[in-house]
Ligand binder design. Structure first.
Ligand code: ACO
Length: 329
């Protein structure tokens, strides 16, 4: 496994940040909107509450709050960033990209800035893209953000989906280093699963009807569940094998926060206990591309994740897309 190699350039996580909007919606609040109950949601998903953006808040506003905290921790000025990548499924506008809107808010000018769309795997895709830029010397200080206002594409009359999602943002600042950081990233997609999890309409496929279901998330939950569990266990094995390590070498699993049962199934296959698995889904539900960096940020800031430890990040989402990153923190 690569540790420190002066002839090699690594992307090192220099700072993390996270932001959740002020408004909290509990399961009890949802009981007033749809026919559901707190216990059902807890038992099936582990979710207790989610955060919902204020009407005036957009995805770039959430991204900004998370980015500022990550930049502060990294001691990097926004104007010194030489790449900005935003992973999102809920951009502020069709164009320009949320990344350039964020860039303007941060006061950076001239750095390339673009969005990555891989739904719940977006942050891992963004991290992988940023890592290629750093490893090839194209960038030295990179901001990668996962940010979502999923509440805007949620059908609040559909109990099958509305209990599962929330809004939030997470960010990391990567710096070029000869010390080990991101050891490998692995990203995949299989477009044949489009209809299992999707929003039917879009800018090039405008809904012919006023039907709210056309403009919001549609999901065949139990089919998604099965593929997610199998795929996440495969990507974990792929990552360990590529780095020639075993599951015993891992210190932390930082998984996509969609459902506690999916997280526990993956952790079990890796023989990782609750004390080595970061879980935040109970407090913010599934925030899609924001979920992995939100979990990472929490465990870094509360001191559970320590410098030098080995982290496995993984995610799975619409497309389907899936991916992982092995990181020496
Ligand atoms: N409250 C109460 N009952 C409900 C609710 C609700 N909110 N939603 C569904 N039900 C009912 C169903 O109608 C069904 O009733 P029926 O048996 O009378 O028809 C019953 O509960 C069981 O429904 P299932 O869909 O079989 O329940 P399941 O155990 O599969 O749990 C869930 C559903 C939580 C959606 C699960 O399948 C899941 O988490 N799937 C993964 C989805 C996911 O995380 N997607 C996000 C993107 S992909 C990713 O991030 C991994």
């Amino acid at each position: 496994m690569s540790q420190s190699d002066p002839s090699k350039i690594f992307s090192r996580i220099a700072g993390t940040g996270g932001y959740l909007p002020e408004r909290v919606m509990t399961n009890k609040d949802l009981e007033k909107i749809v026919e559901t109950d707190d216990q059902w949601i807890r038992d099936r998903t582990g979710i207790e509450q989610r955060h919902i953006s204020a009407d005036s808040q957009t995805t770039s506003d959430l991204a900004y709050e998370a980015a500022i905290l990550a930049l502060e921790m990294a001691n990097v000025k926004a104007e010194d960033l030489d790449l900005i990548v935003v992973a999102t499924t809920t951009p502020d506008k069709i164009f320009p990209s949320t990344a350039t809107i964020l860039q303007q808010k941060l006061g950076n000018r001239g750095a390339p800035a673009f969005d990555v769309q891989a739904v719940c795997t977006g942050f891992v895709y963004g991290l992988s893209v940023a890592d290629q830029f750093v490893k090839t010397g194209m960038a030295k200080k990179v901001l990668v953000v996962g940010a979502e206002t999923l509440s805007r594409i949620t059908n609040w009359t559909d109990r099958n989906t509305c209990v599962l999602f929330g809004d939030g943002a997470g960010a990391v600042v990567l710096e070029s280093s000869t010390e080990a950081g991101i050891l490998s990233t692995h990203i995949h997609a299989d477009g044949q699963y489009e209809d299992l999890l999707h929003v039917p309409s879009g800018p090039s496929k405008v809904a012919q009807t006023d039907d709210i279901a056309e403009r919001t998330m549609n999901m065949k939950g139990n089919e998604v569940f099965k593929v997610a569990v199998n795929t996440l266990s495969r990507i974990a094995s792929e990552t360990l094998e590529a780095n020639n390590i075993t599951k015993e070498d891992l210190d932390w699993l930082v998984p996509h926060q969609a459902n506690l049962r999916i997280i526990n199934a993956t952790a079990k296959k890796l023989s990782l206990g609750a004390d080595q698995t970061v879980v935040t889904v109970n407090r913010h539900a599934n925030t899609s591309s924001a979920s992995v960096p939100l979990a990472l940020n929490e465990a870094v800031r509360d001191g559970r994740i320590q410098r030098g430890q080995l982290l496995l990040l993984e995610a799975f989402g619409g497309g389907f897309t899936w991916g992982s990153a092995l990181i020496k923190f």
